[in-house]
Design a protein around this ligand. Sequence first.
Ligand SMILES: *Cc1c(COP(=O)(O)O)cnc(C)c1O
Length: 413
Amino acid sequence: MTFEEIAELEKKTLVPTYDRLPILAVRGEGCYLYDDRGKRYLDFLGGLAVNALGYGHPEVLAALRDESESLLHVSNLLYHRYQAPLAQKLASLSGLDRVFFANSGTEVTDGAMKLARAYARQQHASSGSFDRVEILAVENSFHGRTFGALAATWPEKYRRPFEPLVPGVRFVRLNDVSHLRDSFSPRVAAVLIETIQGEGGVVPIGEEFLKAAQELCRSTGALFIADEIQCGLGRTGRFFAFQKYGLRPDVVLVAKPLAAGLPLAALMARDAVAQALSPGMHGTTFGGGPVQCRLALKFLEIIERPGFLDRVREVGVYFRRQLEKLQGELRVIREVRGEGLMVAAELAVPGKAVVQGALEAGFLLNCTQEKVLRFLPPLIIERHHVDQLIAALRPILAALPLEQKEEKKEVHA
Ligand SMILES: *Cc1c(COP(=O)(O)O)cnc(C)c1O
């Protein structure tokens, strides 16, 4: 089928939840994606932070081939070889003790919310404080689409049509420490925070806010939960974004890049917290399958190699510096943000036309929050890839209405 035929068929047959870019992707190689016409795109979207090793990584493919010939699925009623070593690895990287595997980010977020309630109930059953059920989340956050995670997700357009959601979630103003303190009480079972907000536009949570959240949780035994689904696993040049501040969350959530392109998510928890769940209380059919876990072990082995994460930080600094230079030339860039290779340029105008223009020029990128260009490239990109992107963006941004208007004003002045 041609691209047009597929697009037409999708229009009739899919639930209309996506507004796709007009690309029929057929293969990928390194940092490049190819469409059905053989056109090449330099990928600064990375399958939404999933393709951290780019496309067709030879070691990932070798592990995939080998394991797929042995075992695709066994369910969690049996053992397979790879969950235990992967759990051990994730636990040691995060400073936590135990791991639960699922398939997607939203699932581990829901899992963490369930765990927080179960743990609070277990801790306080004897004292009779059964009302310790609240979850504090942060305004502007995104945690997922299932009912639990959705209740902690800020944009009204995502939540409103589906209400009533899971009760007990309250929002704290972003980086407002006194609002956090006022909102916190012994009724709170957990504080759930994206260390760097991704969908929200690459907005970092401040160190003071994070530390206050951790300290408040420590004061009552509530759980401090770090959602590192987008910012974790090397994206910022550290295994976890929270490590920048020396934080010690009770629960850490990862997903997107974990199995190098296959669905896999993990919830990591302190031992005492994890013990709040017993057989039958929580589970999944597919989560933590042998192929996914083996690929995750390979992924972690690769990003753990000497120099890998240093390079992510280095290229990230270079990337942001080039965007800042562009900001010096063009008024349409309001702010450049980010950490490692989680980077954003906030514009003064909507970014949809920029995404479109970049696509025509052979670059894949994403716009979130209407005006925020968000870059989540494979962690293997190099400076020359960044240079190519900047060179392509310059004329596209310069052609935006704001730049045109400002130019005219100067001419008249
Ligand atoms: C993507 C994302 C999720 C949801 O993950 P899914 O795999 O899409 O369910 C949750 N939290 C954050 C921070 C994310 O970026």
